[in-house]
Design a protein around this ligand. Structure first.
Ligand code: XMP
Length: 504
């Protein structure tokens, strides 16, 4: 039982899925043009038609399977999705003079959907077309100064169209509107961490019980949750943790201390020397990544072979990766971070990807149910190539020491100030720039370290974290005192886009 979201290419489609899941309704995203058989396969309790950069008037714009409109399933059309609904049931859509973008004030009629919501309601608009006439028998529920039909519904209330975006944070009470639609549609709210964890354990058990499973443990939350699922499912497994010498301070010990007591069969491979040798003399970021990737695969393969035969390779693929690689979202600017890419085919593994329907925050919640300690569960994301992407230029043992210490001081300070969990990710970058400073009586050249802390939902976009100035002040004092090679510290206040989170 789920809510099926038909994606017509809106930048907000993933957000709709997230919002519905926050309301404990399981939701999946499928391409807007998916055949009815595929949609029906999900046993939809409701269907959401997303927005789109396309225009419903354009004959070449993406359309849902016609049979959807004959099915007796509740539907919510958002923006373009509302235009599709209006046209399908006999209304008309017309181009608007100019695109309306941004906040608008919605005047709404009484009725279940808008009952007891503020009047007017602040909503977020982004559209070029409008509904010119509503389908026969339908009701107009709301309007704005620039948009006469900003919400409409069928006479039985089971089909609803909204011109604005209830899924974005700028829309006041957007979650309430979505919740009311779920109520109208009679959607079950069973998507809670306990049930998700139970489902995952039983899925892993039925697929992999009786087979051996290999896992690349990274110390991150995804692979750790995966390891615990294998334990809970009673699956014979080996989790291989490659210490590439590019880890954060104390990370390896922390991972061992967290996972072994929970029953994870953890193999640690100390391969720092091999990675350091592979990185010697390399300055170019892409070449560094390639050297690390190739060495990782070599080291991992050797250990895998030494451990005997495995049927499955477990990977912590998450839902955003799945949506991206299915080409659903229509934007292709996100990297995939599979650190063991290429291995499954080469070694004849089948893939086990039980987290493929989850968002990161859901993985964290499942981790709580499975007993994953908070230091791992709530840990900031850390790139597979580790500190190598946080050292600009060659990765030398000296550079690693400086980057690792600066990172440690920054992270410790955030923890002590109680701010660690308020940011999505925080990091220190060692730049190759040396600048002048004063030490005692003399002038001294020291490295410039850049601090970056960002807020984000999924790392795809990010804003720089407004850390209090006095906290930054203490962090800088701490770093310059304890890491003497650092002469100057700067704070990065660029959002993503245009910048990325890592500097590379
Ligand atoms: P960027 O720098 O592209 O990073 O804005 C987005 C998020 O991805 C992380 N990242 C990686 N994670 N392997 C990973 O597992 C990688 O190669 C990699 N590169 C970047 C980055 O830390 C941020 O959270």
């Amino acid at each position: 039982m789920s809510v099926v979201i038909l994606d017509f290419g809106s930048q907000y489609t993933q957000l709709i899925a997230r919002r519905l899941r926050e309301l404990q309704a399981f939701s999946v995203v499928v391409p807007g043009t998916a055949p009815w058989e595929e949609i029906r396969g999900y046993q939809p309790r409701a269907v959401v038609l997303s927005g789109s950069p396309a225009s419903a008037i354009d004959p070449d714009s993406p359309r849902p399977d016609r049979r959807l409109f004959d099915a007796d399933v509740p539907m919510l059309g958002i923006c373009y999705g509302m235009h599709l609904l209006a046209r399908a049931y006999g209304g008309t859509v017309a181009p608007r003079r100019g695109h309306e973008y941004g906040r608008a004030q919605l005047i709404h009629q009484s009725g279940f959907l808008f009952d007891r919501l503020p009047q007017p309601l602040d909503v977020w608009m982004s559209h070029g077309d409008v509904v010119a006439s509503i389908p026969p028998g339908w009701a107009m529920l709301a309007s704005t100064a620039d948009c006469p039909v900003a919400a409409l519904s069928s006479s039985d209330g089971r089909k609803v169209g909204l011109q604005f975006h209830p899924e974005v944070a700028h829309t006041q009470d957007g979650a309430k509107l979505l919740e009311r639609f779920l109520d109208l549609a009679g959607v079950d709210r069973t998507w809670i961490p306990e049930t998700i964890a139970e489902q995952l354990v039983s899925e892993v058990r039925s697929r992999a019980r009786g087979s051996r499973v290999l896992l690349a443990a990274s110390g991150g939350v995804d692979s750790s949750v995966l390891a615990l699922l294998l334990v809970r499912a009673g699956v014979d497994h080996e989790a291989v943790f490659v210490d590439h010498g590019l880890l954060r301070q104390g990370e390896r010990q922390e991972v061992e201390a967290a996972l072994r007591p929970l029953g994870v069969s953890l193999q640690v491979v100390d391969a720092a020397d091999r990675f350091h040798a592979a990185l010697r003399g390399i300055h170019d970021p892409e070449e560094k990544r390639r050297a690390i990737g190739a060495t990782f695969i070599q080291v991992f393969r050797e250990r895998a072979v030494a451990l005997g035969q495995f049927r499955f390779l477990a990977q912590g693929t998450l839902y955003p990766d799945v949506i991206e690689s299915a080409g659903v979202a229509g934007s292709a600017n996100i990297k995939s971070h599979h650190n063991v890419g290429g291995l499954p085919a080469e070694l004849g593994f089948e893939l086990l990807e039980p987290l493929r329907l989850l968002f990161k925050d859901e993985v964290r919640k499942v981790g709580r149910i499975l007993g994953l300690p908070d230091n791992i569960r709530l840990r900031h994301p850390f790139p597979g190539p580790g500190l190598a992407v946080r050292i600009i230029g060659e990765v030398t043992p000296e550079a690693l020491d400086i980057a690792r210490c600066a990172d440690h001081e920054f992270i410790q300070a955030l923890r002590e100030e109680g701010l660690y969990n308020d940011v999505w990710q925080a990091l220190a970058v060692l730049t190759p720039v040396k600048s002048v400073g004063v030490a005692g009586d003399g002038r001294r050249y020291g490295y410039v370290v850049a601090l970056r802390a960002v807020t984000s939902v999924d790392g795809m976009t990010a804003d720089w974290a407004r850390l209090p100035h006095d906290v930054l002040d203490r962090v800088v004092a701490r770093i310059t005192r304890r890491v003497p090679e650092v002469g100057r510290v700067v704070y990065d206040i660029t959002s993503k886009p245009p910048a990325t989170i890592e500097w590379e």
